[in-house]
Design a protein. Structure first.
Length: 79
């Protein structure tokens, strides 16, 4: 894409994902090679009472710039 304009559309996290669903946590932790408890603690820290007022759209990238960076890298790989 050298020299060409690129539009990167960042994805919102699903508004209705419940952080109370712990079932797949251990499996995901193994796949990511991280501690299951640390992963669960991170999920809990991201829980919002009203997701529409929380980390939607660009606010997610402001608070967690690494997510926007990851999405941008992936977008460029797909082209």
């Amino acid at each position: 894409m050298d020299g060409l304009p690129v539009t990167i559309r960042t994805l919102d996290p699903p508004a209705r994902v419940s952080s109370k669903q712990r079932g797949g946590n251990a499996k995901l932790a193994r796949k990511l090679r991280v501690n299951a408890r640390s992963l669960w603690d991170k999920v809990q820290s991201l829980h919002e009472a009203n997701p529409m007022l929380g980390h939607r759209g660009c606010r997610l990238g402001v608070v967690f710039p690494e997510i926007t960076e990851m999405q941008a890298r992936q977008s460029l790989k797909l082209r």
